[in-house]
Design a protein around this ligand. Structure first.
Ligand SMILES: Cc1cc2nc3c(=O)[nH]c(=O)nc-3n(C[C@H](O)[C@H](O)[C@H](O)COP(=O)(O)OP(=O)(O)OC[C@H]3O[C@@H](n4cnc5c(N)ncnc54)[C@H](O)[C@@H]3O)c2cc1C
Length: 469
């Protein structure tokens, strides 16, 4: 009975209204406009950065080796610092930026932008040292010793660069696999310290700013804008959200082996502007649970009475979450993600879920049209005991959703797997004319993505959520 209630909330919310392909197209157009605005702001400031360097004689310096090295060092320093500021902005969780680009894509941009920024900053250090050494007729070690002895701001920036390098090294995939998520995250926080340590030398010894009040004011304004965004979106907004909604666990319900649904209630839940398919970062104030935020997708469209997430025991914290108790305070940050019905381009949809990847798809079922034949769900679970939401899926099946349960583990073979190319062709003969929503463990997700490409599903119709970052 309770499960049926979860599928059919008695209170009407905007999420109960199916998102048509036309409405989805309008939302995408609005996002594209914002994308344009953001690109313009980033490009204009990048041009200003290069213009600043030209204005202060960057181009004129190219000629003698020492002056050329210094000029290149100045340009890479300016661009590297600008890239760091954009990096901070990308991860400041600005709601509309995240809705436009998507958390997963932002993470990829952040990753590659981060490596580019650190490369530029290392180039800056190398070229400036070579340039100054050449101009002063000193050796490279002698020049470094001079920086350390006579320029305290430069010494701080050297420490800052070492911290940036530590962030980059721990983010290289091979290293990332060896260090725990906590270590990687803690080292990442040092990037803020690195930004602070390198700031002073830009104004005190940077030729572009030390004698140009206007340039200095613009540069400081960029820093202020970025840190204001971080404070507003990473601190202010979550605090205000949680003060307004006062979230608490209402009940915890077993769904499958090692899987529980956590129902979260609170005040004014109807005001939460979240959509089915999105996720929040959750902290449960039980034991040590408040120390770490974990991403979990909503496993039902939000309604005025509760938010629901469904958690699989995959590690230490998710194991503890299986024992959460009603009444426990909850701190949530979000909503995030663009894995929503507004991504649709056509009326027909196939949802493909593997394991706990079923959660956002289960929520999406509530916002997709019920017309028989339009919506299909392929849900793969390793064993019968791993199938979650069984009775809820039966309700959707009775309404016309074509639900197929595929039991068995991924075997990774594109030809013989239950979600291999021939199987997908047989199960969904019109797959190239449907939007495909995909969510599952990374190996399964990557394999199915590869097979969708082989089946010639247009990339614009493939939407996926990756449960890792
Ligand atoms: C956008 C998104 C939505 C998700 N939705 C769900 C969901 O609805 N239900 C569900 O059960 N799981 C979901 N996950 C996965 C879930 O966040 C992780 O399983 C959980 O954080 C693991 O924590 P742990 O400490 O128990 O495990 P650990 O032992 O720390 O790690 C187990 C695995 O989870 C990954 N992981 C650990 N912490 C995080 C973190 N903070 N962020 C991302 N990955 C992490 C690790 O890299 C590792 O692969 C989602 C992940 C993402 C990125």
């Amino acid at each position: 009975m309770a499960l049926t209630t979860a599928v059919q909330p008695t209170t009407t919310t905007r999420n109960r209204v199916p998102v048509t392909a036309t409405a989805a197209a309008r939302t995408r157009a609005r996002r594209a406009q914002r994308a344009w605005d953001v690109n313009v702001v980033v490009a204009v400031n990048a041009i200003l950065v290069v213009g600043l360097w030209v204005r202060h004689g960057g181009l004129d310096s190219l000629g003698a080796p020492g002056a050329t090295f210094t000029a290149i060092g100045q340009l890479t320093g300016l661009l590297g610092t600008y890239a760091v500021l954009i990096e901070l902005l990308l991860m400041s969780r600005i709601g509309w930026l995240e809705r436009w680009i998507g958390f997963d894509r932002l993470t990829v941009w952040h990753r590659w932008g981060g490596f580019s920024a650190v490369t530029l900053l290392v180039a800056h250090a190398v070229f400036i040292t070579l340039g100054y050494a050449d101009s002063a007729g000193a050796s490279v070690p002698g020049q470094i010793a001079d920086f350390i002895r006579h320029y305290p701001d430069v010494l701080m920036s050297i420490v800052g660069l070492a911290l940036f390098l530590a962030v980059a090294v721990t983010s290289v995939r091979a290293a990332r696999r060896r260090v725990s998520r906590e270590t990687w995250y803690s080292v990442h926080l040092y990037a803020y310290l690195a930004v602070a340590l390198s700031f002073a030398h830009q104004l005190s010894v940077g030729t572009d700013f030390s004698n140009d009040a206007l340039a200095r004011a613009w540069w400081v304004a960029l820093y202020v804008a970025v840190f204001a965004a971080i404070l507003a979106w990473r601190v202010g907004r979550p605090l205000a959200f949680n003060a307004r909604h006062r979230l608490r666990i209402q009940r915890v319900q077993r769904e499958a082996d090692g899987v529980v649904s956590v129902y979260v209630s609170g005040r004014k839940l109807d005001r939460i502007r979240a959509d089915a398919g999105q996720f929040f970062l959750w902290r449960f104030l039980q034991g040590t649970g408040w120390t770490k935020a974990h991403p979990f997708s909503l496993s039902g469209a939000p309604n005025a009475r509760f938010l629901r997430i469904t958690v699989k025991d995959l590690g230490d914290d998710t194991r503890r979450m299986q024992r959460l108790r009603p009444g426990v305070r909850v701190f949530a940050e979000g909503p995030y993600g663009t894995f929503t019905a507004t991504r649709r381009t056509t009326s027909k949809v196939v949802l493909i879920g593997g394991g706990i990847g079923i959660t956002p798809l289960r929520a999406l079922l509530q916002t997709l049209p019920d017309k028989p034949g339009d919506v299909m769900l392929l849900y793969r679970a390793a064993t019968e005991g791993d199938i979650a939401f069984r009775s809820e899926l039966e309700v959707f099946a009775r309404r016309g959703v074509d639900v197929r349960l595929l039991v068995g583990t991924e075997i990774g073979d594109d030809e013989t797997d239950q979600l291999g190319v021939p199987a997908l062709r047989r199960l969904v003969p019109d797959i190239t004319t449907r939007d495909v929503y995909l969510c599952g463990p990374p190996p399964m997700l990557n394999a199915v993505l590869r097979r969708l490409v082989a089946l010639r599903v247009p990339p614009s119709r493939i939407h996926y959520e990756r449960f890792e970052y």
